[in-house]
Design a protein around this ligand. Structure first.
Ligand code: P6P
Length: 334
């Protein structure tokens, strides 16, 4: 009964936090769209739990197969929702125009399954962001997704770890986390109104690239190592598993900073603005955290292409500000 009550909160949560000011159709389309997202996360989570099993019992043979299956699931579910007119997936070079989108006036950007290694050695995730079409009723086009992430109307991520956790926001100042109850196969509200701690005591960065960091990034790294944390006055701990979604999730819940900077091998960083950094930055700011490229808020970056990359500093306000102070004078490489 408790779980059912909390599942009801999920529906209430979505209705409530989508707020007034949205036309009935548009609100219902968004709720239907988010239902398609929850279906996709359940299905991908179920597949992730079968990774490594022999194909005769339903295990996907390879990581590539798992990525393709995840992408297929998201595309089919979002298309079937008839709430979307355009889809952009990390797995697809080109956008997908939804045929006969019904009343759909949303453009969805997503990474169906990220952080997958072969064999699986780390927690994985999915990321999504929802834009409203710029010209509802007309054919969707690239401009509908080449919008700064501040224009998102909803965004979120799923973590496939010890449990499947879905964290989402509809941009009304609230971020809620739901954990999948396998006995019900329903999401239960477990992290209401997530608030990023002002300061944290961990940092995440791949120090293996240290030799190719520029002077400012090296200076920033030294500050992270040497300056005691505001949170507890102790030195910071480093956490890095090479999978952005669970690292950002941990950072949002406990504080700290996740960093993927530019370096000589990646002059614009590795992470994609549209379906990785942008939606996660939107969730982070809605939860009271900060998300920067080092020189400007990620939410204010105008995407130049579908696969536009940006450096990423994301997490607690105090930690992100301290990191970005090292880049104030000029961007990476100066
Ligand atoms: P590196 C996963 O493949 C991913 O795109 C992110 O989720 C993760 O943060 C990053 O790559 C890890 O990259 O260069 O540190 O191995």
């Amino acid at each position: 009964a408790e779980a059912q009550k909390q599942v009801h909160q999920l529906e209430e949560g979505v209705h409530f936090s989508t707020g007034e000011g949205m036309a009935g159709d548009s609100l219902m389309d968004l709720v239907t769209l988010l239902s398609a997202v929850t279906f996709s996360v359940k299905a991908v989570g179920s597949m992730v739990r079968r990774l490594g099993l022999p194909s005769r019992v339903g295990g996907p043979k390879t990581a590539r197969e798992a990525n393709v299956a995840a992408n297929d699931t998201w595309i089919k579910a979002l298309t079937a929702s008839r709430a979307c007119s355009l889809l952009v997936s990390e797995e697809c070079e080109e956008p997908i125009t939804v045929k006969d989108p019904g009343t759909g006036q949303y453009a969805v950007v997503f990474d169906p399954l990220t952080g997958l290694a072969d064999p699986p050695t780390k927690d994985m995730g999915s990321i999504f962001g929802v834009f409203r079409q710029l010209t509802p009723g007309e054919d969707a086009c690239l401009q509908d997704v080449l919008q700064p992430a501040r224009q998102l109307v909803a965004a979120g991520y799923a973590v496939y770890g010890s449990a499947t956790v879905l964290v989402l926001t509809t941009g009304q100042g609230s971020v809620d986390g739901f954990t999948l109850d396998p006995s019900l196969n329903e999401f239960v509200l477990t992290h209401p109104h997530i608030q990023v701690p002002f300061a944290g005591s961990t940092y995440s960065i791949n120090e293996g690239y240290c030799a190719s960091f520029d002077a400012r990034t090296k200076q920033m790294l030294n500050t992270l190592k040497e300056e005691p944390t505001l949170a507890d006055g102790d030195p910071r701990s480093c956490r890095y598993i090479g999978s952005m979604v669970p690292e950002v999730h941990r950072t949002l819940l406990y504080g700290g900073v996740f960093i993927y900077p530019a370096h000589a091998g990646r002059p614009n960083g590795r992470l994609k603005l549209l379906y990785e950094a942008g939606p996660l930055a939107f969730v982070t700011e809605q939860a009271g955290g900060q998300a920067s490229t080092g020189s400007k808020p990620i939410l204010d970056v105008q995407p130049e292409s579908l696969h536009h990359r940006v450096p990423v500093f994301i997490g607690s306000e105090d930690d992100v500000s301290m990191c970005c102070a090292h880049f104030k004078t000029a961007p990476w490489g100066s």
